[in-house]
Design a protein. Structure first.
Length: 307
């Protein structure tokens, strides 16, 4: 068997469509064919690399690596053709990602795996990844007139002060939605909040006992919902102390999304009994299943370690 790892190109589109044709067929199909051409890196994007595996000249696998910060890498879109599984394709793709990231001084690489995707969870553990945290989404409905019981300020320093000592930060291991890469998590920094306060929005809840919650808007995105394109606002993390703070935070997200006139909003939550039940009580909807984040320590990486 001849196995080659190379850069994916636009000319590989039809082969990638075939590769992903049976992925998540019962859940609306794979997203990669819809975004493939935009997903591929341009020559002036050295922080991103899309890799393709060929077995005897036939496309057998795909993955993308992205540097999210100076030392945090993110790996996404791993796909392996059914007929080429358990023959080393995923291991070689992992190894190529790890080597690429390590060359760029990454000390850690992370991935998301849906909790229902048992096969992918097993493959991730076999590839050297360790579990880090889990999260869900809250979906506050856009409403420009929404109000909460507590005061809200748009001060990144206040929001950062809450985040540093919050249970949410502990549970999420400091991770929240990346400001630039969709569906990616990295360590949230004070500089991120300062930047987002200027570019999008940062909110902190303040009550009688001081700051008691925070969130930030990372972006608006277009999503395919039931065959139609909708615009959604995404909020990088929702963290709060109690129900009043949760109610206020969900209200400010609803109001912000409503003022943007988007079709929907979602806010990342740590997967804890308190956060999920609070959100179920004060927000319109919470996702039914959690998503898992796993990571691999790249500081001692050596080629072939994934096998």
């Amino acid at each position: 068997m001849s196995l080659e790892i190379r850069r994916a190109t636009h000319d590989d589109y039809e082969a990638v469509v075939e590769l992903t044709s049976d992925v998540w067929a019962d859940r609306g199909g794979d997203y990669i064919p819809r975004i493939y051409h935009d997903w591929l890196e341009d020559d002036d994007e050295p922080h991103r690399k899309t890799l393709l595996a060929e077995v005897d000249g036939e496309v057998a696998g795909l993955v993308q690596a992205v540097m999210l910060s100076s030392d945090e890498a993110w790996f996404q879109g791993m796909r392996v053709a059914p007929e080429h599984r358990r023959v080393g394709v995923s291991e070689r793709l992992n190894d190529a990602c790890f080597a690429w990231a390590r060359e760029r001084d990454a000390t850690v690489g992370r991935i998301i795996v849906f909790s229902w995707n048992v096969a992918a969870l097993g493959a991730a553990r076999a590839g050297g990844y360790e579990p880090v945290t889990e999260f869900r989404w809250a979906y506050p409905g856009p409403d420009p007139d929404a109000t909460g019981p507590l005061e809200v300020v748009s001060d990144p320093s206040v929001a950062w002060r809450y985040w540093t000592d919050s249970d949410a930060r502990t549970r999420l291991r400091g991770l929240a939605l990346d400001p630039d890469e969709s569906w990616a998590l990295r360590e949230l920094t004070r500089r991120d909040l300062e930047r987002l306060a200027a570019e999008t929005a940062v909110f902190a809840v303040v009550g009688d006992r001081g700051v008691s919650g925070m969130t930030y808007r990372v972006r608006t995105v277009e999503r395919e919902v039931d065959g139609e394109t909708e615009t959604w606002a995404e909020y990088g993390v929702g963290a709060w102390d109690d129900l009043e703070s949760a109610r206020t935070l969900c209200a400010v997200v609803s109001r912000d999304a409503g003022e943007l006139a988007v079709d929907g909003a979602r806010m990342l939550l740590p997967e804890t009994a308190a956060s999920v039940t609070d959100a179920a009580y004060v927000c319109e909807t919470v996702s039914e299943e959690a998503d898992f984040v796993l990571e691999v320590d790249l500081t001692g990486y050596t080629a072939g370690r994934t096998s």
